[in-house]
Ligand binder design. Structure first.
Ligand code: ADP
Ligand code: MG
Length: 493
């Protein structure tokens, strides 16, 4: 496997009265498994359904109802573990995490505290080209989501929607390896990209399908001890995560510089004031009275099954990026853009196959992605298919059309569809390379502009103006290099 060589970025520091402080950050990311049904019941996970319409007896915790594990969700957790280059545990166990909340009918959440399904792994987080931090994953476990309390529908009461209750979540816990707000954001986005490549979570942060608890502490720069941390709960915006970390780290530095102690607690970020505030003191495992869930047997999976899941893992972002650079000669930056989404990468590969990689990258990034962005479309909705774009690039490579006409053909295909070669043929867009035709077009422009001819002879830069005029008079079809040569020849430059 190709491994990129990276340098480690500097930690973000905060200047204090007696020296610099550095930030230490660890994330617990909750990723909703892309599954049609819940972790322990058959009810639907559809987003935005009528409240309490996707709730069955297990979700509602009716007495005597037993959970049944959803094999598909287990497979997605294993896929994700493999994508994080992590150890897969062939035996894992479910525990009950007990707490009371109106949106938790069982009175406990089924989770995996002691024996998670996935062990240690790692994610490479590139903050800028050539600089990356390896963030170690401590573990990944499966757990149920809770329901949702709605407090703003009625002035006098709260409502509970249980549609979300029991939906499968993967909690991905990192080691405290992250050293700046930017790295934290890049880490989440990298996780999101990997999950989307794997298809195990759609990564929709707005819908809360990917959200993070952010643990922040500070320590004197260069220290290898860990400071006392605070945990900022339930963040689903990379922008706010960065703001929250920045605020929280400064708050802690101020306390420590004042001779105080940071209190380990759970805090909430308030986006309107840009500050964090205390929510509750830090709870420990014993506060939840964890114990093995008596309704579920330990989960045992076979090595053969894990191997068969591994065989279905697609090429992941890091490997794809390295291969695009190697195989197609694109820049690291372009490779990042092209591999941001698996669909985009596949489209590019179709266009680049058997063609010049750099030209293909230019066209896909600047013309296609640019145009898609403008219309708010994704690659899968592109009116121009990869084979149509490829055909335009073939016409360009064969010098049948100029770059300018190629853009015109692209626009025609975008609006009307059709075969690029036929469009060029039928609309007479073929590039004129006939020496005599170009010469006579140049002559006509020179004759019509005697003053400019004088000027150009005195100042050769003016020759460019003639090239432009000839291109215009030929409807952009003349071969620009030939026009340029003939203009210079006839102007005697
Ligand atoms: P808990 O069991 O209380 O949830 P963990 O040790 O499992 O605590 O850590 C939870 C998260 O907090 C992990 O992502 C970890 O990397 C992070 N973390 C732990 N200690 C620190 C620290 N001192 N500073 C920043 N993050 C930390
Ligand atoms: Mg935790």
């Amino acid at each position: 496997m190709h491994r990129m060589n990276f340098r480690e970025p500097e930690p973000k520091t905060i200047a204090g009265a007696r020296g610099d402080w550095e930030m230490v950050i660890g994330l617990e990311v909750h990723a909703q498994v892309s599954s049609k049904s819940k972790l322990f019941s058959g009810s639907s996970t559809e987003f935005g359904a009528e409240p309490n319409s996707n709730v069955d007896f297990v979700d509602a915790a009716m007495p005597g109802m037993l959970p049944v594990i959803n094999e598909f969700c287990v497979e997605q957790a294993v896929r994700t573990g493999l994508g994080l280059k992590a150890k897969i545990n062939l035996r894992s166990e479910f525990d009950r995490k007990n707490y009371f909340y109106p949106d938790l009918p069982q009175g406990y959440q089924i989770s995996q505290l002691y024996h998670p399904i996935v062990g240690e792994g790692e994610v490479t987080v590139e903050t800028r080209q050539g600089f990356a931090r390896r963030v170690r994953i401590e573990h990944l476990h499966l757990e149920q989501d809770a329901g949702k309390s709605l407090h703003d529908l009625d002035p006098n009461c709260s409502y509970v929607d249980l549609n979300r209750t029991g939906v499968a979540l993967m909690e991905i816990v990192s080691y405290p390896d992250i050293r700046s707000p930017e790295e934290a954001a890049a880490y989440i986005l990298k996780l999101r990209q990997i999950l989307r490549f794997l298809g195990t979570c759609d990564g929709n942060m707005q819908n809360g399908n990917l959200r993070a608890d952010v643990n922040v502490s500070v320590r004197p720069k260069g220290s290898s001890n860990l400071g006392i941390r605070c945990e900022i709960k339930n963040m689903n915006s990379t922008k706010f995560i960065q703001q929250a970390i920045d605020y929280e780290a400064r708050r802690q530095v101020a306390i420590l510089e004042d001779g105080g102690k940071v209190v380990q607690e759970t805090r909430l970020y308030d986006a309107s004031s840009g500050t964090t505030r205390s929510m509750r003191s830090k709870e420990e495992a014993h506060d939840y009275r964890y114990f093995p869930c008596p309704d579920l047997l330990p989960l045992e999976i076979s090595k053969e099954w894990v191997d068969s899941v591994a065989a279905g893992i697609p090429e992941l972002p890091d490997e794809k990026k390295a291969r695009f650079i190697r195989e197609f000669g694109v820049t690291p930056y372009d490779a990042d853009v092209l591999t941001a989404e698996a669909d985009n990468a596949a489209y590019f590969e179709d266009v680049a196959a058997g063609r010049d990689g750099k030209t293909a990258a230019n066209w896909v990034i600047n013309e296609l992605f640019g145009r898609l962005n403008k219309d708010g479309k994704s690659v899968s909705e592109s009116p121009v298919s990869a084979s149509q774009l490829g055909a335009i690039l073939d016409l360009l490579a064969a010098k049948d059309i100029s770059g300018k006409i190629a853009k015109e053909v692209f626009e025609i295909v975008w609006n009307e569809g059709g075969d690029p070669a036929m469009i060029v043929e039928e609309r007479g867009l073929k590039q004129v390379t006939d020496e005599r035709a170009i010469r006579s077009a140049v002559e006509m422009v020179l004759e019509a502009n005697p003053d400019q001819v004088e000027r150009a002879r005195a100042n050769p830069k003016v020759a460019g103006w003639f090239v432009g005029q000839v291109m215009k008079s030929t409807g952009g079809k003349a071969n620009p290099a030939q026009v340029n040569a003939i203009v210079r020849e006839l102007l005697e430059l």
